[in-house]
Design a protein around this ligand. Structure first.
Ligand code: FES
Ligand SMILES: [Fe+2]
Length: 343
């Protein structure tokens, strides 16, 4: 019997096609909520943070009145990126020709513009984007008319609160990494633990990866995984907020990591994770935790790079999902297909 459409993967050609990535940037990343950093980075009036939403440069500011705002981080003059990093400023000045914007995005001065016959500064404000805060996390969406972050998060905050109190966490550090694989391969690898027994011996030693006890739940805007430590019974959760925000709580002392899975090209994915722990977390435990996480990360990198090379060979059109073990991949692929307007 032929496999049903649901049990087929996306066409393998979709995983190495630069033209498709351009469509994904326009249809997915330019209109989706994505993790952008920590809310604490823009807590003070006058603070700014330059960030990235799947290739769209975004600038978040807290203006002098305390309003949080987001803009496309591109100068309206000739398109230079406007700001880098984060800090505190009274105004935002482009380093190319010194066009200067207010923290509310309005163009305040453009040298020599007074010598023009007609120049209306109000026509050249920064383009608006959307910004939202969830506990200690900052999210942006390049679409100024986006649904609210709360609406996109749906039940995720309530579900996560069963495992951890996010407001009681302290930021520890950011870890950057990447892989030579398409971003969807990296996401899909994150969405199943079917590979855990074979590919993650140390993880499977700690965490019960039996399909009856490692639970998978597809929601409209996120995919949830629930795990339990073998020895202690402590609970963990692993979530993907569509399209590309990963969020991990390992079973054990309070810990959380969150960050984007972002395409640098069709064949390269750049990631970072912001790590949070409860205040006063045991330093030895934290060191062991990073070593464990790094080990799992290296194992996953090998897997996704191998998948990328296999898919990019062009020899196999499509794969077969096991809907029992990989329902979250089906949910993600369905979501991607819908965003792209594909049938
Ligand atoms: S590009 Fe920004 S001032 Fe010219
Ligand atoms: Fe993995």
């Amino acid at each position: 019997m032929a496999a049903s459409a649901d049990s087929l993967t996306l066409p393998f050609a979709w995983y190495s096609d630069e033209q498709l990535l351009r469509r994904e940037r326009a249809s997915i990343f330019a209109r989706s909520w994505q993790y952008a950093g920590r809310a604490a980075q823009v807590a003070e009036p006058g603070s700014y943070l330059a960030t990235d939403a799947g290739g769209v440069p975004i600038l978040v500011t807290r203006d002098r009145e305390g309003s949080l705002r987001a803009f496309v981080n591109v100068c309206r003059h000739r398109g230079s990126l406007l700001m880098e990093g984060c800090g505190k400023r009274n105004t935002l000045q482009c380093s190319y020709h010194a066009w200067t914007y207010d923290l509310d995005g309005s163009l305040r001065s453009a040298p020599r513009s007074e010598r023009e016959l007609e120049f209306a500064a109000e026509d050249w404000s920064l383009l608006s984007a959307s910004v939202g805060i969830w506990g200690p996390f900052l999210f942006v969406n390049p679409d100024p008319a986006a649904v609210s972050l709360a609406e996109h998060l749906g039940e995720l905050p309530a579900i996560l609160s069963r495992a951890i109190d996010i407001d009681g966490l302290e930021f520890h550090s950011r870890v950057e990494f990447g892989a030579d694989a398409n971003w969807k391969i990296v996401v899909e690898n994150f969405l199943e633990c079917y590979h855990c027994p074979t590919a993650h011996p140390s993880f499977s030693e700690e965490v019960d990866v039996h399909p009856d006890r490692y639970l998978l739940e597809a929601h409209p805007t996120f995919a949830a995984q629930f795990a339990q430590a073998k020895r202690t019974g402590a609970r963990g959760q692993f979530h993907l907020l569509f399209p590309n925000t990963g969020l991990n709580v390992f079973p054990g002392p309070a810990n959380l990591s969150i960050g984007p899975i972002a395409p640098a090209s069709a064949g390269r994915t750049e990631r970072y994770l912001d790590y949070f722990f409860a205040p006063g977390a045991d330093a030895g435990w934290v060191t062991d935790f990073f070593a464990f996480d790094d080990q799992v990360g290296r194992e996953d990198r090998f897997l996704v790079e191998s998948v990328h090379r296999g898919m990019a060979s062009g020899m196999v059109d499509q794969g077969r999902l096991l809907l029992n073990a990989e329902p979250l991949l089906a949910a993600f692929q369905h979501w991607v297909g819908t965003q792209l307007g594909a049938t």
